[in-house]
Write a protein that binds this ligand. Sequence first.
Ligand code: PLP
Length: 455
Amino acid sequence: MADAGRKVTMSSIPNTHSDTLYDRAVEVIPAGLMSNLKRSSGFVPYYKTHGAGARLYDVDGNEHIDFNLSYGSAILGHSHPGLRAALHRQADALYTYHSNQLQIEAAERVLACIPSAQKMRFACSGVEANRAALRVARAFTGRNQYVRFQGHYHGQMDHLMGGIVPDPENPVPVEGTIEGDSFTRWMYTAGRTRDDYHQVYLLEWNDAEALEGLLRQRGDDIAAVIMEPVMLNHGGCMPEPGYLERVRALCTQYGVVLIFDEVLTGFRMGLHGAQGQFGVMPDMTALGKALGSGVPVSAFCGRNDLMDLIASGTVIEAGTFNGHPLSMAAVVATLDALGEDGGAVYQRMEALGSLLREGLLQLAAQHGEPVLMQGFPTCHTLLFTDRPRLRNHAETLGIDFGRGGRFFQLLLNRGVECYGRFCISAAHTERDIQDTLERVDDALADLAPGSTPTR
Ligand SMILES: Cc1ncc(COP(=O)(O)O)c(C=O)c1O
């Protein structure tokens, strides 16, 4: 199992030391990896030693251009001087948990950026932020069920992740996968609590009628609707014009708490997140990833009347490391850097993302490869399909994710760190994009029909 696909080709960068480390890793770590979602078994990572700007370096001395950015987190790139200095300062002063002034400074900055937020709490991971938002929503409404959407990812809690819907008339998920579908396969796990799905309705996204129908029938039992405002975890689908507005109106009509999971879009889709971009305000928001530019931290925030349930102790929200001084130093440094000149850095990042997209589409056309790039400039998803647009999970069924997987493996072997999503950081340069496009050209040339991953 662990040895699958480790053959080295002419185009692969050297990997002797990484392979040796991987052999050691599988002896002590399942699959040698810290997360199944960081590639499946058989995937051999290049072990990184350090980073600078948009480039990472590994134990074999290879240089990688990074578009993964710690799964969307490292918005400032690697070794950012301001962030590094802030971490050093804080490590020298206090690196154990206590109430600290930086918590207030970080919270003030987050609230200044996220338009719907009046109060906030920090946590450590995205899944914790979503769980907290759901708990507040249940306490606020006195209802139990909630709605989420196929193709969206909110973290690895049993009920928050995965499932398939056998009967769309009664969209309660059950454990399972859809034949040929990469998303449900990735989200499948044994060992889930069996009745956990009884609190969930699972719908297709970008389908306001489906949500309206469900709320009409069962609105009295539904505490929350949770979604990624852009479906970045599968296909990079954008909301259809008017969709988010209709969801907002329906939630208001039925007294349902609308939660935007902005763990990926927050501080990536501009300084004010997807809600700022689309002008649609959720009741609660989950943040993570770019919030600390690679340092582990998350947050949930919302209106005063919701968050006051925590202040009064009606809702408990706890965590040993919530608001840890090192994370807080990272948040302050990150948001200060991103907010400079009114967030001007986003224009630069967006220009580079657009340059990459145009170049990639052009190269794919030259190689006769039908591809689609969806999402937004600082986070595009590349899909191998001749369809002009994909709006939700149902529309992604049948597209060639295997070909995409092969292509991204070829890119990894050429020193381009990307697993489907091209995230841009403040540190990327035009040179990074040009170098990437050269490697893309080479990888596309190698993407012969039926070729298999090489490492
Ligand atoms: C949109 C979204 N929400 C939540 C999460 C879970 O975050 P974490 O892995 O920090 O728990 C992720 C992680 O990829 C995500 O992309």
